[in-house]
Design a protein around this ligand. Structure first.
Ligand code: SF4
Length: 216
């Protein structure tokens, strides 16, 4: 895939999209809690839980690390899997505190941060890379369901793994901000055009060279 070309086409398709507006959150810690809360649920449910964290004054890393896990679980109930997510949030908060917050983590190499995040129970590749890309402005990519569906359909290959897509996009040499936008574009594209069911191929700008579209 020519990822610069994909980026250009999607940037043309979504000219008004900005990273800040797409997230709707600028605080780095709130974004990091959002990365955990959205696991296996919708952003709508994650937002409800995030709002409840705000209402209970629990969005700072200090309060998050000090709150009792059972109380936290009740606060984030709208996100589902709340007991497990509460434990993960506590582990993530302790990690932030241990490193001195965003400022402390900024001095660490990306590979080390990724390894440490992946070593935390409850944090997988998608969560770790979302946090790296959108909270810490590090170069990585998220080979999530939207990216895989798009790549698999366009290329006609079914075997691209999360990591294969991540490495392939990174090899294209896009800047960090463009990687942030590219992922946001692909998610929006996956919701509006390359939907799981009934993709809108006639209106899609990739239709003329998409394997799935040829196949009908
Ligand atoms: S042509 Fe259809 S299947 Fe291919 S990328 Fe576009 S929406 Fe997805």
């Amino acid at each position: 895939m020519n990822w610069q070309r994909v980026y250009d086409v999607l940037a043309h398709l979504f000219p008004a999209l900005s990273v800040s507006r797409w997230w709707g959150i600028d605080d780095p810690y709130e974004r990091s809690w959002g990365c955990v809360l959205v696991q296996n649920t919708t952003w709508h449910n994650a937002s409800l839980a995030l709002n409840r964290l705000r209402e209970h004054g629990l969005t700072s890393i200090v309060y998050m690390s000090e709150v009792e896990v059972d109380r936290l679980a009740q606060v984030i109930r709208p996100a589902g899997f709340y007991s497990r997510k509460a434990e993960t949030l506590k582990r993530l908060a302790a990690w932030w505190v241990r490193h001195g917050g965003v400022e402390g983590v900024e001095s660490l190499k990306t590979g080390r941060i990724r390894r440490e995040l992946l070593g935390m129970k409850g944090i997988g590749e998608e969560t770790a890379d979302t946090l790296l890309l959108y909270v810490l402005d590090r170069k990585t990519f998220i080979g999530d369901q939207y990216s895989r569906r798009f790549v698999n359909r366009v290329t006609g290959e079914k075997k691209r793994t999360y990591d294969a897509i991540r490495r392939e996009v990174l090899a294209a040499g896009l800047k960090t901000h463009d990687l942030q936008l590219l992922h946001a574009y692909i998610v929006e594209f996956g919701k509006q055009f390359c939907r799981k069911r009934n993709p809108d191929c006639p209106a899609c700008p990739f239709a003329e060279y998409c394997h799935y579209s040829f196949r009908g």
